[in-house]
Design a protein around this ligand. Sequence first.
Ligand SMILES: C[S@@+](CC[C@H](N)C(=O)[O-])C[C@H]1O[C@@H](n2cnc3c(N)ncnc32)[C@H](O)[C@@H]1O
Length: 339
Amino acid sequence: MKKLPEVNESFEELYRMLIAPIKSKLMLTGIELKVFNHLGEPRSAEAVAEALGTHPENTRLFLDGLAASNLVVKQDGLYQNTPVAQAFLVGNASTFMGPMLAITAQTFFALDDLPKLVREGPPPPPSPEADMGSGQIWTQYAAAMANAERAGIARQAPEIVSELLEFPSFKKMLDLGGGPGLIGIAIVAAHPSMKGVIFDKPAMVRIAETAIKEYGMEDRMGVMGGDFIHDPIGEGYDLIWASSALSLAKDDMDSLTKKIYDALNPGGVFLVLHEGLTYERTKPDAMVLSMMPMALTGQDMRFDQGEIADSMLRVGFKSVRSRTQDTDWGPMDLDIGRK
Ligand SMILES: C[S@@+](CC[C@H](N)C(=O)[O-])C[C@H]1O[C@@H](n2cnc3c(N)ncnc32)[C@H](O)[C@@H]1O
């Protein structure tokens, strides 16, 4: 009699991987249809279908799928947002992550023809107008970035900075590549008197200016528009913060870290929060996988662990301390350089 093969592994992990895209499709569709806006309170599938003008039976099936994905709970036939959906997927909230999740999902389309990318390599480089670094494109992303900052790093940054021994003595800080400015605003607001500058592309700092007004920080904060690779970034700072912003300087990191060093007062602190790839560039998985589309299309701008810290030491920073910082995007490297 032929024997069945001896199997010591389970293929459950493979099957879970296969169905994972269905979860993301459900979430993105929920965002698109604004389903979560209607589920702050428990509601029936019929009530949701009526509010959205959708097919009743398929709406029920769809809501069951959202419940299976832990984005809503279903009890006694009524559906309601889970706390995470309520915090980040409701359309009118200032922490609504819908636009940022949708924009990020767009970048994954680059993998639609993954076999071709693997076989033939990256396509021709994009035109300068399509360059992710151009002010115009970033401007379109500004509102999405502002919400994502409020939802994530802008909550953490003041905690990180206020733990520094030098924090009480800081007078002026710079948020380099600060985007729509919420992180800089949160850091300055955590200090009784420190002033702050948001530096970014000119189109982006116009949006940061609006945020500064919205939070009533005009007397303590200003903006500088430019390209930090080529333009001056100001001087006399006690703190320079840069999160997820230095990728475009990767090819000549020392020039930028030297510019930052020169812009700091003696004893000043440079704080960088960035991905730092480890285990031969295979971890952290969230960083490796989310940036894979860009990397495979010829725009690999991911930093290795220690790459920025090494550059700081080369240009003269007296000391650099690094640690892993958990963020909503996955674990990142926090490098703290002192002049
Ligand atoms: C991914 S966003 C991060 C924004 C913010 N620091 C955060 O953590 O949410 C990167 C920002 O850096 C800015 N940036 C990138 N390269 C730049 C350059 N060479 N000059 C000025 N700003 C730049 C972009 O315009 C964008 O606003």
